[in-house]
Write a protein that binds this ligand. Structure first.
Ligand code: 13P
Length: 241
């Protein structure tokens, strides 16, 4: 069963969230669906009986940090997953690989599963740096973790140039990157990592993406805030099972 993670970014206003939750709850098999809503709606999703994660966390502990979302706070309301290292956070908030690493260490210490987002920019891709960039992001983010804890981390491969653009790499290109990530974990830590693909996933390309070998699921942005599109993607993935 594919893991389907929705990153709703800051797309939805309050009324739309109610409609989204009601409609998502019409789906019977929801174990493999995880929504990362805007933080102001997290508790509504949890109360709506939907597996819920957050889109970003603070690298600081709870205390005097205005506007931050501390891992300890998220744990206290029942959040069990967190995106970390998303390219929009790396770019807009100047998150470094070291910052991502600190966040992952805090998440693991608080029993929250990190979903580590990695991916190359257009320029890096053109310079044939994709694999180097991704392995650097992964190795840096996992610094200081034991093999036992590394096994808890989910990887989301999201090429920066594919996010929100409608452009998706070829199946062969995705398969090559996913295989490289998979080999990295197998060679260094002897386990099969969970690897998602993200970047312009939509109802029109999901059947093609489902043909890729080695992908365990998807991280979906825009289409995860449009309930009809999201349900169509879920149905097409569940048809595969
Ligand atoms: P889109 O699906 O809108 O391209 O966004 C992908 C993403 O950033 C998910 O984290």
């Amino acid at each position: 069963m594919k893991l389907i993670v929705g990153n709703q970014k800051s797309y939805l206003n309050s009324d739309a969230v109610d409609i989204f939750i009601d409609n998502l709850n019409t789906i019977q098999k929801k174990d493999n669906i995880l929504i990362c809503p805007s933080s102001i709606y997290i508790e509504r999703f949890i109360q709506g009986d939907i597996r819920t994660g957050c889109q970003n966390v603070s690298k600081n502990k709870n205390g005097g940090y205005t506007g931050e979302l501390a891992v300890e706070q998220l744990k206290s309301i029942g959040v069990s997953f967190a995106l970390v290292g998303h390219s929009e956070v790396r770019k807009n908030f100047h998150e470094t690989i070291e910052d991502t690493n600190i966040k992952i260490l805090k998440l693991i210490a608080n029993d929250i599963v990190p979903i580590l987002c990695v991916g190359e920019t257009d320029e890096e891709r053109e310079n044939n740096e994709t694999i180097d960039v991704i392995l650097r992001q992964i190795q840096g983010a996992l610094e200081g973790l034991s093999t036992y804890d590394i096994k808890k981390v989910i990887i989301a491969y999201e090429p920066v140039w594919a996010i929100g653009t409608g452009n998706v790499p070829s199946n062969e290109d995705i398969e090559e990157v996913v295989a490289t990530i998979s080999d990295f974990f197998f060679d260094n830590y002897q386990f099969k990592a969970i690897i998602l693909y993200g970047g312009s996933v939509n109802p029109n390309n999901i059947d093609t993406l489902n043909e890729i070998k080695g992908i365990d699921g998807y991280l979906i942005g825009g289409a995860s805030s449009k309930i009809d599109e999201f349900i169509e993607i879920i149905n097409k993935c569940q048809k595969e099972d």
